[in-house]
Design a protein around this ligand. Structure first.
Ligand code: ZN
Length: 336
């Protein structure tokens, strides 16, 4: 193993990024109408496959002993319910190997690749066709306006769950930013490796506000915004910075770009930056003061807060976006 392989463990995790497809699959599965187990119905279905229902079943694709049931058609298509799911007509006996090999491939194409004998393939294809036809309800033909409306509500709930995951990611980012920022100004005495309770098992600050149930999100319209509370200014600020800073580095002639680049260069050279140095470095910019203020203060029409200035007029990158700005600056340097 090479040392560089540690890199993939040193990345921040995204709840939405990592779990979106799992959740889309869960939502789709929840829409699928399941057949009930009826012995005679199953017996008749298995006979259509040319197998004896009283014996151990074999894989329809390769003929070896079956270990699982393959979904002929995938439950999820383009992130939504495909219409095929937990019905007998969508489940065929299958060995583990074929099950994982087939994935989302078309069943007919897959069957042919498994078996060189054209004649037996043809028999099997006909059998599976008959099996699907006799045991599948075509739900698409049942969709009237009422059900379509219910599905739209369902999609809306899914969207809200996604929005909440994104809000969770945003909040996690703020916490990571604050922890990282604080960690730079502190020396640690303990090795930090004691076993015990989670360090994040904290007592809630506002006990009286604790709710037993999460607040329900009202069903509004297709594009429901969960996080429309104006209170989370920091999170909005981070979003603003993530949108604008890459543009500044792409257009280094803009005043904001010049100020930020001058700051980064001064910091690189001296290790710290104060207001006088930065003003001097930006002497060519007539509107330095208003530009700089808009990069330092949180106001509705600022440029996105990237700087923090303390009472001694020392300037640093704002802790919550520091990591992001450094990353973008490194990209800019690499491009030359
Ligand atoms: Zn098989």
């Amino acid at each position: 193993m090479k040392k560089q392989s540690i890199k993939k463990h040193l990345q921040s995790y995204s709840i939405y990024g990592k779990r979106k497809s799992t959740l889309a699959h869960a939502f789709a599965s929840a829409l699928s109408v399941a057949d009930t187990y009826e012995e005679t119905k199953i017996d008749n279905a298995i006979k259509l496959l040319g197998q004896d229902p009283s014996q151990d079943l074999v894989c329809v694709y390769c003929g070896r002993s079956a270990k699982t049931w393959d979904h002929i058609m995938a439950i999820v298509k383009e992130g939504r319910f495909s219409g095929y799911g937990h019905q007998v007509g969508n489940l065929v006996p299958c060995c583990n190997e074929c099950n994982s090999d087939k994935g989302n491939k078309d069943w007919k194409t897959f069957l042919i690749t498994k078996n060189p004998n054209e004649a037996t393939n043809l028999i099997m294809i006909n059998r599976i066709h008959e099996y699907i036809k006799s045991n599948t309800t075509q739900f698409k033909e049942l969709l009237d306006d009422d059900i379509k409306n219910e599905i739209e509500k369902f999609e809306n709930i899914k969207q809200q769950v996604f929005e909440l995951l994104k809000a969770g990611d945003q909040q996690a980012k703020i916490i990571r930013g604050k922890l990282k920022y604080k960690s730079k100004n502190k020396t640690f005495t303990q090795d930090g490796l004691e076993q015990g309770d989670s360090i994040f098992q904290i007592e809630p600050i506002f006990k009286e506000k604790r709710q037993t149930k999460p607040e329900l999100i009202p069903f509004v319209s297709k594009k429901t915004k969960v996080n429309n509370n104006e209170t989370n200014k920091e999170s909005q600020e981070i979003e603003k910075v993530e949108k604008r800073v890459p543009k500044w580095f792409k257009n280094p002639d803009q005043f904001n770009s010049q100020i930020l680049i001058s700051f980064m260069e001064l910091q690189g050279k001296k290790g710290f930056v104060n207001l006088i140095d930065l003003e001097k470095a930006c002497s060519g910019i007539k509107t330095f003061k208003p530009n700089f203020d808009a990069m330092k203060n949180i106001t509705p029409h600022n440029s996105g807060k990237v700087f923090h200035e303390n009472e001694k007029n020392e300037i640093t990158l704002w802790g919550l976006v520091e990591e992001f700005v450094m990353m973008e600056y490194n990209k800019y340097l690499r491009k030359g």
